[in-house]
Ligand binder design. Structure first.
Ligand code: FES
Ligand SMILES: [Fe+2]
Length: 389
């Protein structure tokens, strides 16, 4: 196939100085000044379609849960009882690896409240403490002072995002403003109708920015992902967004494949609105600092990043599908089998970069034209962190 190759340039710009990915004090700055006011995806509205339903999540090392109240409002709270600090929703003991997402918190059968397993304190779905057994005569105790700790959350196209440090008085860019440029791409597909079918979780021994850089170039695809070659041409990526925080664009799916799956065939229903050229495109976007969005004709893939240390990042990779025949979700296994293999190939390379740049002096070469988005990612990041260095 002779794909039309986009013209692009990296302008001879060299890569991000390695200390930004290997120096713990830089990560401390990010934790203190960048991450608290930025939006990270945590789950989906369709995970908690019914009132009183909730799911647990981990973000930046903090346990939280998200609940839909009786008025269809979403709330996120820290996963900690205000009495003696018990976790309200179960999460695995290591705090890393696979989180039992979607696990219910302890609650009463009517799902109208959240009850702590330890001493039975009971919270409304809006976080207010509504019952605390044997506390009425405790001097200085006032139920109103012991609501659950809120975590700011917002939704975009069915995806729920949270901001762990966003206190009520911490001004921040609105989620919908940040992601607005993507609306014209995702709205015609009805992204908010897609439902999560599968999540695969990884803990990668690499800095979060190395993972962003890796996802923004396909220069490595021929050598690292031989299984991608029959499906897309690595030179065929379009830089639709190239200023940050959103980067990326479409790639053409080769004529003899339908989708990016293990066998190249569709594995889920295709939105009615997808016609013509759009049926032959895979779209790949990254939104700093925690969101990769990949759109295929028949499914959607979301990578949710949670930076844990200067050299460690948790990623949850979700696979979303349109429900077939109104109710059931398709199998979709050929999508996640393909991407689990591809993800692991990527993570290995990112971990090897992390180890390489962490040892002795290293100064990177100029970027290739195929790495032009990395120039933009680095610039956007440097602008953000410069205020705090
Ligand atoms: S710690 Fe939750 S009720 Fe005591
Ligand atoms: Fe890759």
């Amino acid at each position: 196939m002779n794909a039309k190759q986009p013209v692009r340039s990296s302008g001879g710009i060299t890569g991000l100085p390695p200390r930004y990915c290997s120096d713990p004090t830089i990560f401390d700055l990010e934790q203190k000044h960048l991450f608290p006011s930025q939006w990270f995806p945590i789950g989906y509205e369709s995970d908690i379609a019914g009132n009183g339903e909730h799911f647990s999540f981990q973000l930046l090392g903090l346990d939280g849960f998200c609940v839909r109240d009786d008025h269809d409002q979403l709330h996120c709270f820290r996963n900690v009882c205000r009495h003696r600090g018990t976790q309200l929703c179960p999460v695995n003991s290591s705090g890393l690896g696979t989180v039992p997402e979607g696990e219910p918190c302890s609650d009463n059968p009517t799902k109208s409240s959240i009850v702590c397993d330890y001493h039975g304190w009971k919270y409304g779905l809006d976080g207010r403490l509504i019952a605390a057994p044997h506390m009425d005569n405790t001097p200085g105790f006032n139920r109103a002072d012991f609501s659950l700790y809120p975590i700011r959350c917002a939704k975009w196209q069915g995806i729920i995002f949270a901001q762990v440090g966003g206190g009520q008085d911490n001004p921040t860019d609105s989620l919908t403003e940040i992601l607005h440029p993507l609306n014209r791409i995702v709205e015609p597909r009805g992204l908010d109708q897609f439902q999560r079918k599968k999540t695969i979780s990884y803990v990668i021994q690499a800095n979060w920015k190395l993972l962003f850089q890796n996802f923004n170039e396909c220069y490595h695809c021929p050598s690292v992902h031989p299984q991608l070659t029959p499906l897309t041409d690595y030179r065929d990526a379009e830089n639709e967004f190239d200023t940050g925080p959103i980067l990326g664009g479409p790639m053409r799916i080769r004529d003899d494949a339908d989708s990016v799956t293990r066998d190249g065939d569709y594995c889920g229903p295709i939105p009615d609105s997808l016609v013509g050229e759009e049926l032959k495109k895979a779209h790949y976007y990254t939104v700093s600092p925690g969101f990769f969005l990949s759109l295929f004709p028949d499914y959607v893939m979301v990578h949710r990043l949670s930076p844990l240390a200067f050299n460690q990042t948790k990623i949850d990779c979700d696979f979303l599908f349109l429900p077939a025949s109104g109710l059931s979700l398709p199998t979709g296994a050929t999508a996640w089998e393909f991407w689990d293999q591809t993800n692991l190939q990527d993570w290995e390379m990112c971990e090897r970069v992390q180890r390489g740049i962490s040892q002795g002096n290293f100064s990177p070469s100029p970027y290739s034209p195929l790495e032009s988005l990395l120039v933009k990612f680095d610039q956007h990041y440097r602008q953000q962190i410069a205020r705090f260095e």
